[in-house]
Design a protein around this ligand. Structure first.
Ligand SMILES: Nc1ncnc2c1ncn2[C@@H]1O[C@H](COP(=O)(O)OP(=O)(O)OP(=O)(O)O)[C@@H](O)[C@H]1O
Ligand SMILES: [Mg+2]
Length: 467
């Protein structure tokens, strides 16, 4: 066997063979980690495989259109339904959409069955996901003093009132930028803030001129070599003058604001300022609280301080929701601040959960279906299965012997893509047990003897062979 591994084709030699520790690690690699995006051409065509996505041309192009609509904010309040057989890449497509949108657009994934909890109402879970998918970009131009701290000297003086001890009368802070340095004489309250933020010489900070709020940006990268703290973020020396106008951008979601208000904490950032508007003592996000937050947000938007960024809620296995949830979804979709919704389901016609007699396509009531654009995922050809399996072997760091890929592709075409993918890890374990570094055709054969694919298993039971 060892000889066959040395004469094996070198197609997969970019990655090391799975040794015992790396096999342990690769078994935890997420099933969609090879998907990096939709892989479309600049014209929005999917004629080439890209970004880890193989085939599925129509669905990918359709999702590309949706991404464009979401980016130009023309898709809010509507829903995309990905429908197709199990293992045809619906979840993968939704994740690719989230990659394409980038990190600026909030993406909130959930599974239909997540709504069932004994503590929280079903509708509450949905409402929270929707709030988490609406971003708020708060832009403020503020007068700040920014720079690397070069000096931090509190000046103490006798306390004129009590006669005992000393108090800080002012603090001298030296700030340095590329352009210059400045020494500031600041109020003792700012010194307290500096202590609270644990600021020391060498940190890059900014002090808001109006409020005196102090924010630590990070440690100046001039100090990067002298400290090995991994948790530290190193930032370059700020450009421009020490005293300047700076545009501060902060991305939060409405869900963040809700929970910050439900549990107000101290602090100086915008969230806690907003949090302090509502009386303390709340622990639950109520509708009333949401309305108050909305009102404040609307005020910010009207003033041009904030911008609403509608994001995406992804509900996988949507047929698991019940009629109450579906009705509530209709209402949520029509609310003025609604995110884009993506559903995925692998059911055909089925009973709507929570009813006894309503059978509808995908187990979704027709009134909600009416609001959806439906994209179908197709099943894969042998060649496409082969390509996906090949991608996964690279991600998982596995080596395949001759003809193994063909065998797996044939297996996947006969049963399902997922079955072919799932054979990989156990087959690699068999290969390791046999002392080989690559998977051979016989491992796959043995896997097929040990395990059944769904269709064979169902056929066996259906045919009464187990009885
Ligand atoms: N076109 C593709 N290109 C690359 N990988 C794919 C493609 N389609 C599916 N996959 C991979 O195949 C596996 C199964 O796909 P996925 O989980 O997206 O199926 P699904 O349609 O969501 O199935 P289910 O209905 O069972 O939830 C995943 O690991 C996925 O990343
Ligand atoms: Mg899925």
């Amino acid at each position: 066997m060892a000889s066959s591994s040395s004469t094996a084709p070198v197609a997969h030699n970019a990655l090391p063979p799975p040794s015992v520790p790396s096999a342990g690690r690769s078994s935890r690699i997420a099933p969609h980690s090879h998907i990096k995006g939709l892989g479309l051409t600049p014209e929005g065509l999917a004629n080439v495989d890209g970004a880890g996505f193989i085939g599925q041309t129509n669905a990918r192009e359709a999702c590309g259109v949706i991404v464009d609509l979401i980016k130009s904010r023309k898709f809010s309040g509507r829903a995309l339904l990905l429908a197709g057989a199990p293992g045809t890449g619906k979840t993968a497509l939704a994740l690719a959409v989230s990659h394409e949108l980038g990190s600026k657009v909030p993406f909130c994934p959930m599974v239909g069955s997540e709504v069932y909890s004994t503590e929280v109402k079903k509708t509450e879970v949905l409402a929270e996901s929707f709030r988490r998918a609406i971003g708020l970009r708060i832009k403020e131009t503020k007068e700040v003093y920014e720079g690397e701290v070069t000096e931090l000297t509190p000046t103490e003086s006798e306390n004129p009132l009590s006669g005992y001890g000393k108090t800080v009368s002012h603090v001298v802070v030296g700030l340095k930028t590329i352009k210059g340095t400045k020494q500031l004489r600041l109020d003792p309250s700012i010194y307290e803030a500096i202590l609270k933020e644990k600021i020391v010489v060498g940190d890059v900070i900014y002090i808001e001129a109006n409020t005196g709020a102090v924010k630590r940006v990070g440690r100046s990268d001039a100090y990067a070599s002298s400290f090995d703290l991994e948790s530290e973020t190193y930032v370059p020396l700020p450009k421009g003058d020490v005293h300047k106008k700076k545009e501060l951008v902060q991305d939060v979601t409405l869900g963040d604001l809700d929970s910050a208000n439900a549990r107000p904490q101290g602090g100086q950032d915008i969230m806690s300022v907003m949090g302090s508007l509502v009386k303390s003592g709340r622990t639950e996000v109520t509708d009333k609280l949401r309305r108050e937050v909305n009102k404040i947000v609307k005020g910010y938007v009207d003033q041009g301080v904030a911008e609403v960024v509608p994001g995406v809620v992804f509900i996988d296995e949507v047929h698991m929701l019940d009629i109450e949830c579906f009705t509530y979804l209709n209402a949520l979709l029509e609310s003025p601040m609604a995110p884009t919704v993506i559903f995925a389901t692998n059911r055909g016609r089925s009973l709507v959960r929570g009813t006894s007699d309503i059978v509808s396509p995908h187990g979704i009531p027709v009134d909600l279906l009416d609001r959806c654009m439906i994209v179908k995922t197709e099943s894969y050809t042998r060649e496409q299965v082969g390509k996906v399996v090949h991608l996964r072997t690279i991600v998982e760091g596995l080596k395949l012997g001759p003809n193994v890929l063909d065998k797996l592709a044939a297996e996947g075409e006969k049963t399902s893509l997922r079955y072919a993918l799932q054979l990989l890890t156990p087959a690699s374990i068999l290969a390791t047990l046999a002392g080989r570094t690559q998977i051979e055709a016989e491992d796959i054969g043995e896997m097929n003897e040990l395990f059944l694919d769904a269709k064979t298993s169902a056929a066996l039971i259906g045919g009464g062979k187990f009885l």
